[in-house]
Design a protein around this ligand. Structure first.
Ligand code: FES
Ligand code: CO
Length: 347
């Protein structure tokens, strides 16, 4: 898992004045909104006896532990220990880790690492979010597989006609033409010409004329996001697929999908249902992959030209591993004594 990145850990609409537990990189966090609306992210482990703060309650902008009522402020410092007699101070060590938070694109992003602000890799730019022509839907699903397997699956154009059949592939034309990758430090993308689904069912109603090919822009943003932009004859569908590593073997896939067709609210449940049913087709295949973790050394698995976007990811990951960006064995993103509650075995 990659530390020192911003992770979109929750949909913004799911974070309220009720404390909310989220998990990322094998560690639990509590999110809540202050009275001014800004979001707080703290370690979810009370330093007194380890109760989950997320089961507690808010007192103004502080969170009170459900076990003995210790209160922590947004900076993580304990401000009240109810059992202490009058006049007794609060130990300096009575604090939990507090993480930088940003709210962007309908997501709450937490910086799970130790880099100073100016050295942190950027949050990618999602232009559709500000474009009034687009409407967003939010979908999530837990997949029992490592996040790099679920991440690579979305980058993989060649699985579409096999796993999704005519849902959005064309089984009669599974070829992937060679494509060029544009890459920078934190992202890579490619325009891939694919054969669209045959004119049957829903597609028959949507096509005026079935095109020979549709342009799909597929790409990844580190640490865990895949963008899929499908240019259909009747409009654009863009999926931002966040593969949140719950732990080594479980991934919370959180999708923010945008479309500029069927832009009425009435179409949201249908869009969510379609995205979910596609994820359900991917789930068993990705959960069957072995080894469960992507191999650590290159050359690893057998690659074709059509796998170039995945290979670009694996190369970049290899570099970052060599530069110490990888959270390994006994280390977690947050570091420190609280963070090391999760011990990750060697690969
Ligand atoms: Fe949190 Fe005791 S465990 S106050
Ligand atoms: Co798929």
């Amino acid at each position: 898992m990659l530390k020192n990145f911003w992770y979109a850990v929750e949909f913004a609409h799911a974070v309220t004045r009720a404390p909310k537990k989220v998990t990322c990189l094998g560690q639990d966090f509590v999110l809540y909104r202050k009275r001014d609306g800004s979001v707080v992210c703290l370690s979810d482990l009370c330093v007194h006896r380890g109760a989950a703060l997320s089961a507690g309650t808010l007192v103004e902008d502080r969170i009170a532990c459900p076990y003995h009522g210790w209160e922590y402020g947004p900076d993580g410092a304990c401000t009240k220990i109810p059992a202490n007699p009058e006049g007794r101070g609060i130990p300096k060590k009575a604090r939990v880790d507090s993480y930088p938070v940003l709210e962007k694109y309908g997501m709450v992003w937490a910086f799970l690492g130790d880099l100073p602000e100016e050295e942190r890799p950027p949050i990618p730019h999602f232009p559709e979010h500000e474009d009034p022509a687009f409407r967003a839907v939010y979908v999530e699903m837990v997949i029992d597989a490592n996040y790099e397997r679920t991440f690579e699956n979305v980058v993989d154009a060649a699985h579409t006609p096999f796993v999704h059949g005519t849902r959005f592939g064309n089984p009669d034309k599974p070829q992937i033409p060679d494509y060029e990758i544009t890459q920078d430090e934190w992202s890579a993308a490619a325009d891939i010409l694919l054969s669209p689904p045959p004119a049957k069912g829903l597609w028959k109603r949507l096509y005026k004329e079935r095109p020979e090919e549709v342009m799909v822009t597929n790409g990844w943003y580190l640490p865990n996001i895949v963008k899929l932009h499908v240019r259909l004859p009747f409009g654009d569908m863009i999926l931002y697929d966040h593969n949140v590593p719950l732990d080594r073997h479980r991934t919370l896939v959180k999708i923010v999908g945008y479309r500029n067709f069927f832009t009425g609210k009435w179409a949201d449940p249908d869009a969510r249902k379609r995205i979910r049913s596609i994820l359900l087709q991917d789930k068993p295949v990705v959960e069957s992959q072995r080894p469960e973790l992507l191999p650590y050394d290159l050359p690893d698995e057998l690659h074709l030209r059509s796998d170039s976007l995945q290979v670009a990811y694996r190369r970049r990951r290899q570099q970052l591993m060599a530069e110490g960006w990888w959270v390994g064995d006994d280390e977690t993103a947050a570091g420190g004594p609280r963070g090391s509650a999760t011990v990750i075995p060697s690969p």
